[in-house]
Design a protein around this ligand. Structure first.
Ligand SMILES: [Zn+2]
Ligand SMILES: [Zn+2]
Length: 396
């Protein structure tokens, strides 16, 4: 059963040329669960390899505009496409009913059934093989995060043990594998624990939405395979993070460390950051950190098959949609706190065959590292490789 997360929008507050605002798609087998639906999310889906699927469930973390503005347009598109049979459920924290009452004039009458469900921390949405658990976050408004938690899987079937007990090959073995006892033709009862190894853990991922660092998030993300945590700010904006009830990348890393997760993915990045600098700061606290860009994915295999890993452009539709096409101009690829850091970056880029320039950023008391526009993607890759260990990344 495949499980991955598609980062459709990774920017905080507003879209930028390179990042769309918040939306994350969880794909589990054939299921598609959308978490937040910022402005332009339907177009991000269209531009991705996923396409604009007939989503059946959308989960809102909170009702700030940069997480919900994409909903009316997407719901209208489904209507215009003639969707009738398949209903759609939107889950959200307290206030989501009021939001939809206000949206009514925009939405008009929809030809399919739209259900709004208010959730709160502590609820459990059962899905059979897994469950979705809203959890408390700390954002100063009605808000939740969501954990997707798979149930334990049955242990491995021990063929030798079944042979020794006289269980014939056939349906009896299937019944035992499914967790029920069987009675053999001679009257002997065989129970599952006699032929199955220990139950194997399922997978778990947690998506915070916007939040200051919070003990409730540590608890909800405990031992998760993947924690998708907001990192709106870097260490230089720690006070602003406190005032606005957001997190710095180091805050998120500390939550990941305390929760003992396998991989931390930082998202909801303020437009002033590029990603690698946030990864570097987080790395000082917690080693397994990635800062996905739009259309990157994180694959979460079953634990016995490996660790979660970032797949760059894992859900990109093609190579054309995203490249800067014009040549000649110099564009900023990173900021550096001091001359030494800037020169290190310049040296790193030179080793990657890219001639970078350093420019003072008068307003911010920092240095800007510039590269030719046509080399921007290669330069970003080179800088990211610096801050993300190879084993966390693979190319699609
Ligand atoms: Zn936000
Ligand atoms: Zn918010």
């Amino acid at each position: 059963m495949d499980l991955d997360v598609v980062f459709l929008g990774t920017s905080a507050s507003m879209p930028t040329a390179r990042r769309a605002p918040a939306a994350v798609l969880v794909r589990r087998g054939g299921e598609r669960l959308l978490f937040d639906c910022a402005e332009g999310t339907q177009r991000q889906l269209q531009r991705s390899a996923v396409g604009l699927a007939e989503l059946e469930e959308i989960f809102l973390t909170h009702l700030h505009a940069d997480h919900v503005l994409g909903l009316p347009g997407m719901l209208k598109t489904f209507a215009l496409r003639g969707r009738e049979e398949v209903g759609l459920t939107v889950y959200g924290p307290r206030g989501v009913h009021d939001l939809f009452a206000k949206l009514k004039p925009f939405l008009g009458r929809l030809p399919y059934e739209l259900t709004i469900v208010e959730v709160e921390a502590g609820d459990t949405l059962e899905r059979g093989e897994y469950r979705i658990e809203p959890f408390a976050v700390d954002h100063g408004v009605s808000a939740v995060g969501y954990a997707v938690v798979e149930e334990h899987r049955p242990g491995r079937f021990d063929v030798d043990a079944a042979d020794a007990l006289g269980v014939p090959p056939g349906p009896e073995r299937g019944i035992l594998q499914g967790g029920d006892p069987v009675t053999l033709s001679d009257g002997t009862v065989v129970t599952p624990d006699e032929v199955l190894g220990p139950a194997r853990p399922g997978r778990k991922l947690a998506i915070t939405g916007d939040t200051a660092p919070a003990p409730a998030v540590v608890q909800a993300a405990h031992l998760a395979d993947l924690l998708v945590h907001e990192a709106t700010f870097g260490a230089d904006e720690k006070e602003r993070a406190r005032e606005t009830m957001h997190s710095t990348s180091a805050d998120a890393a500390e939550v990941a460390r305390l929760a003992n997760v396998k991989l931390l993915a930082l998202t909801h990045v303020s437009p002033r950051y590029f990603g690698p600098e946030l990864a570097r700061e987080a790395n000082a606290v917690f080693p397994h950190v990635v800062v996905p860009r739009d259309f990157d994915t994180v694959e979460i295999p079953f634990p016995e098959r490996g660790s979660p890993r970032l797949v760059k452009r894992g859900a990109a539709a093609g190579e054309t949609s995203y490249h800067p096409v014009t040549m000649g101009g110099m564009v900023q690829v990173a900021t550096a706190g001091d001359v030494t850091e800037a020169e290190e970056l310049q040296e790193l880029l030179r080793n990657a065959g890219i001639e970078a320039e350093i420019e003072a950023d008068g307003a911010e008391d920092a240095l800007r590292v510039l590269v030719p526009e046509g080399s921007l993607e290669a330069a970003e890759d080179a800088i990211e490789a610096l801050s993300e260990p190879d084993d966390l990344i693979s190319e699609p």
